[in-house]
Design a protein around this ligand. Structure first.
Ligand SMILES: Nc1nc2c(ncn2[C@@H]2O[C@H](COP(=O)(O)OP(=O)(O)OP(=O)(O)O)[C@@H](O)[C@H]2O)c(=O)[nH]1
Ligand SMILES: [Mg+2]
Length: 403
């Protein structure tokens, strides 16, 4: 049995892994990953690439290990079916420079592969899918496909490895049970808005970039607390940037039957808070700003400064890229938010960034929103719902299960 080894290149790790799976099948072993960039457009900008070197066992007849029959297969290849090897393509005529480049690339690959093969035996800390039982590889790929950050996914695999005995590692049920336990430990939820019993209203503000659903979420929560829980709710909006924004919240407040105060500065905010001093809950809607607009974010901070003690929820659109989410969470740190709300869960099927954010921000998730309808399509975040999303369940399943 020999090993077929191939180099794959793509813009993202996910894409690269898909290529590996497509070409070498799901029994492929990841030998090496590397990120790098290359100049393009005459060197005017650089583009990121991910390189994976992966291999799979093949027997003498050219079949990969999982296809051939018999007991000599490697443990990773034992169960699955492999696709037939595609026919060898006709030779392509190449220019000498291109051939030289290819030769160079091949020799580099050979060198790094040799080094890696040796390293693989020693390094316990790297992503070594192959020395682990097959189910670990499946879990790792599932997490990456679901856009869980590589570092987080590797941590999860390492913790699983450390938590299970050799015998347990061979038992899929034990491995998945341990995975659930591990993820439950990582996931932080902060629960529903908890009303005080101090005689003072609970003050809760919502901040975040433009169009993420802050106003919609305020309207949903105002409905829940005022109509379902029969609490005295007031709304304050500091979003005076757009006339339409004030109109929008006023329309909601009219429908729900909840009063609204519009504030332009910290002084107005003090008056509005005094106006609602006999209420149970004051929900504060703020203007959405680009997370790079530090000046505007500081304006919000100044207005909210008179509201403390304050519960501050950063509202994030779950359907955006993780890297942007991370930038947003960093830029809004100036406001010292202490809860996360994820909206637009209905607009994505990849929820890995949720667990990435929870682990990166070290802040609990309060609510999950998954639609435009007011009231409704909002749920208090639970460990189980976030766990379901992280391992790839669709939002509809997670919501139905918890309702
Ligand atoms: N699909 C989906 N749409 C949502 C959700 N929440 C809000 N929206 C929609 O997103 C759009 C923007 O919602 P808003 O509540 O106005 O967002 P905002 O954060 O207040 O926006 P700005 O005040 O402009 O910063 C509207 O069309 C909402 O109906 C959600 O959970 N899912
Ligand atoms: Mg708004």
């Amino acid at each position: 049995m020999t090993m077929k080894v191939k180099r794959f290149e793509a813009s993202t790790m996910r894409e690269a892994i898909m290529k590996v799976k497509r070409e070498l099948g799901s029994d492929a072993v990841i030998l090496h990953t590397r990120k790098y960039d290359r100049p393009e457009f005459f060197g005017l900008r650089r583009r990121n690439f991910v390189e994976i070197i992966a291999g799979t066992d093949i027997d003498k007849s050219g079949n990969t290990a999982a296809k051939s029959n018999g007991n000599t297969k490697s443990p990773v290849a034992r169960k699955s079916q492999l696709r037939p090897i595609p026919p060898t393509p006709a030779p392509v005529r190449r220019e000498p420079a291109e051939v030289e480049n290819l030769k160079k690339e091949l020799s580099e690959m050979k060198t790094s592969l040799n080094a890696l093969m040796q390293k693989r035996q020693q390094e316990a800390a790297n992503i070594r899918v192959s020395p682990y039982p097959r189910v670990f590889g499946d879990i790792y790929l599932k997490l990456i496909e679901n856009e869980v950050d590589e570092a987080v996914a590797q941590d999860i695999i390492r913790s699983l490895d450390g938590a299970l005995s050799e015998e347990q590692k061979e038992n899929e049920e034990s491995v998945y049970a341990a995975l659930g336990k591990q993820l439950r430990r990582l996931i932080k939820v902060s629960g529903s808005i908890n009303l005080t019993s101090t005689g003072h209203p609970k003050t809760v503000a919502f901040v975040g970039p433009t169009g993420v659903g802050k106003t919609t979420t305020v309207a949903k929560l105002a409905t829940i607390f005022s109509l379902s829980q029969r609490k005295k709710v007031g709304i304050i909006t500091s979003d005076t940037m757009r006339i339409a924004a004030v109109e929008q919240i006023k329309v909601y407040s009219d429908i729900i039957g909840v009063p609204v105060q519009v504030v332009y500065n910290a002084e107005d905010m003090k008056h509005a808070l005094a106006y609602f001093s006999d209420h149970d809950l004051v929900l504060i809607d703020t203007a959405g700003h680009s997370h790079w607009d530090t000046e505007r974010i500081n304006e919000i901070r100044d207005i909210l400064a008179v509201c403390y003690p304050l519960e501050l929820h950063l509202v994030l659109n779950a359907a955006i890229r993780y890297r942007d989410m991370l930038d947003i969470s960093r830029q809004f740190r100036a406001l010292a938010y202490n809860h996360l709300i994820f909206t637009k869960l209905d607009e994505t099927s990849c929820f890995g960034s949720l667990i990435n954010m929870i682990t990166r921000c070290n802040v609990g998730v309060s609510y999950l929103c998954y639609g435009q309808n007011v009231p409704g399509e909002i749920q208090v975040a639970t460990v189980e719902s976030l766990l379901g999303l992280t391992i790839g369940k669709p939002i509809s399943k997670v919501i139905r299960k918890n309702n």
